[in-house]
Write a protein that binds this ligand. Structure first.
Ligand SMILES: N[C@@H](CCC(=O)N[C@@H](CS)C(=O)NCC(=O)O)C(=O)O
Length: 216
């Protein structure tokens, strides 16, 4: 049985649970991180979530976990069979790590009271718009990032879209990205694992975190 270590409201944990949901795999999730704290034997030395266990394999770093699960269990679907699509998926997963980090700052500042100046938030919002324009271009004429099917790249980037689309911020008009987001919203596993209410401030955030305890 696969074990996911991490609270349900973490976007990085959601990459893993959504991927497992798409592949129809059973797993057990433990509430760790945030207000739940960390057990002494938590695998990741950085004490961030997620980590996963699958038999002898213990690992962390959300995108590495998604790649591992997709390669082992999602051949031909989340892990594309076509080499060109696989390369594209891998590339966009790296893009997520390097180019979409600004969105985390916007989210943390608006909902979780991260102490940053309004100027820094505005700057990060502009960076997000620039990055999401690049993604909009990639998605133009396609259902998903690599073509007609959902892959691990959609998972790594798509987890952030629910928050991006529902935060009280100004958004540029990005037609292909918006159509992709609607497609994600039609997927039962996305609705279950990613479209989770997060509240409007840090108190509501913490209340939602606790309310999600124990939900797989
Ligand atoms: N590079 C790591 C980042 C993980 C990360 O920053 N996770 C956040 C939640 S999204 C976290 O653990 N925050 C502290 C906590 O929840 O205790 C990954 O992709 O797994």
């Amino acid at each position: 049985m696969i074990t996911v270590l991490g609270r349900r409201n973490s976007a990085n944990v959601q990459k893993v649970t959504w991927a497992l949901g798409e592949m129809g795999l059973d797993y057990v999730r433990q509430d760790i991180g945030g207000s739940f704290g960390y057990p002494e034997d938590y695998p990741s030395p950085n004490r961030v979530v997620p980590s996963i266990r699958d038999g002898e394999i213990v690992m962390w770093e959300s995108n590495a976990c998604v790649r591992y699960l997709a390669r082992r269990y999602g051949g031909g679907s989340l892990w594309p069979a076509d080499e060109a699509q696989l390369a594209t998926a891998d590339m966009w997963m790296e893009w997520q790590r390097s180019d979409v980090a600004a969105f985390f700052l916007v989210f943390q500042a608006l909902i979780r009271d991260l102490p940053v100046s309004p100027e820094k938030v505005a700057q990060a919002e502009a960076t997000c718009t620039r990055s999401f324009r690049q993604l909009d271009k990639q998605l133009s004429g396609k259902d998903y990032i690599c073509g007609n099917d959902l892959t691990m790249a959609d998972i790594a980037i798509g987890v952030m879209m629910f928050r991006y689309m529902t935060l009280p911020i100004e958004r540029a008009t990005l037609p292909a990205l918006e159509a992709w987001y609607r497609r994600l919203c039609d997927r039962p596993a996305y609705r279950k694992h990613v479209m989770i209410e997060y509240g409007r401030n840090v108190d509501e955030w913490n209340a939602h975190e606790q309310a999600n305890a124990g939900i797989q």
